[in-house]
Design a protein around this ligand. Structure first.
Ligand SMILES: Cc1cc2nc3c(=O)[nH]c(=O)nc-3n(C[C@H](O)[C@H](O)[C@H](O)COP(=O)(O)OP(=O)(O)OC[C@H]3O[C@@H](n4cnc5c(N)ncnc54)[C@H](O)[C@@H]3O)c2cc1C
Ligand code: FES
Length: 261
């Protein structure tokens, strides 16, 4: 499996009140959608997607529980362990009229694929959803790119009031989207996956599951009933691959027991 490389944190940037971007002193040849395992001694190891593939490894992280609370105490100059990149199943460049649908910190793994899609001159719509205006990310950066940006917030403080799914629904009713990429809370992704299957539009989904080895060995992240490993065959799957699976219904905690999404 390999021991983690110990690297220095070069920069910590506040993105929102609950999200920070950590730039590490490490070059990694990762593809859009791939992830690395970050290790904090005495706390553990968790998977995080690359939020930028330019130059140094970068991760954009929301403060949620034990690992991310500790991560948020780390400063420029501190050391952290890293293994990767992992995930053979990364985002694939497909389609001509493409929609990227992101909920919350789910915009992080999608940021590199946005740049790749734009290189091919595709028509691109990005839908970003957040609980409130302060939790939106990279809006100025996205506005400078050649894409249509649609925003949805739960409280209506920016863009349309409501969910990413509602905005996508309207877009699919109007347009000719031929490929969807999504990452965000699983209930949101499930609605988007079902919509894509109904409309017969291919959809690529970055799936979040509890990981231990991160490298296909322990079986912790297998998806029922196919047994596909999120860390190895994923983390990006198509809606077709996840149809009739545990996706959108349950996941497994550290002990392997089923828990709610
Ligand atoms: C391939 C992959 C890529 C990932 N990329 C990112 C990323 O780029 N940025 C990022 O912030 N996270 C990412 N994650 C999630 C990350 O690995 C952790 O699971 C998450 O940060 C929570 O870890 P924790 O130890 O802080 O919280 P935990 O102690 O694991 O969780 C604390 C509580 O919060 C709940 N919880 C756990 N995760 C979430 C969640 N995502 N949203 C809401 N509640 C949650 C748990 O059920 C638990 O009750 C990714 C996961 C995978 C599998
Ligand atoms: S985390 Fe061990 S097989 Fe995926």
């Amino acid at each position: 499996m390999g021991a983690p490389d110990i690297v220095r944190i070069l920069k910590v940037k506040d993105e929102t009140p609950t999200v920070k971007t950590f730039t590490l002193d490490k070059k990694m040849a990762a593809k859009p959608g791939q992830f690395a395992m970050l290790w904090i001694p005495g706390v553990g190891e968790k998977p995080f997607s690359f939020s930028s593939l330019k130059d140094k490894a970068e991760f954009t992280i929301r403060e949620v529980g034990a690992f991310t609370k500790k991560m948020f105490t780390l400063k420029k100059g501190d050391l952290i362990g890293i293994r990767g990149p992992f995930g053979d199943g990364c985002f694939r460049i497909e389609g001509k009229k493409v929609c990227v649908a992101a909920g919350g910190v789910g915009i992080a793994p999608l940021r590199p694929i946005i740049d790749e899609l734009l290189k091919g001159g595709r028509e691109l719509t990005v839908i970003q959803g957040a609980s409130t205006v302060d939790e939106l990310m990279w809006i100025d950066e996205l506005k400078k790119k050649k894409l249509d940006l649609l925003i949805a917030t739960d409280d209506g403080t920016c863009g349309s009031r409501g969910s990413v799914c509602d905005v996508l629904h309207n877009l699919l009713d109007k347009g000719e989207i031929d490929q969807i990429y999504t990452c965000g809370p699983e209930p949101m992704m499930k609605v988007i996956a079902d919509l894509s299957l109904e409309k017969k539009i291919p959809c690529q989904i970055s799936l979040d599951r509890y990981m231990k080895c991160g490298n296909g060995i322990c079986g912790q992240c297998c998806v029922d009933p196919s047994g596909k490993r999120v860390c190895k065959e994923g983390p990006v799957f198509t809606a077709e691959e996840l149809k009739d699976s545990e996706f959108g219904r349950y996941r497994r905690d550290a002990s392997g027991s089923r828990c709610d999404i």
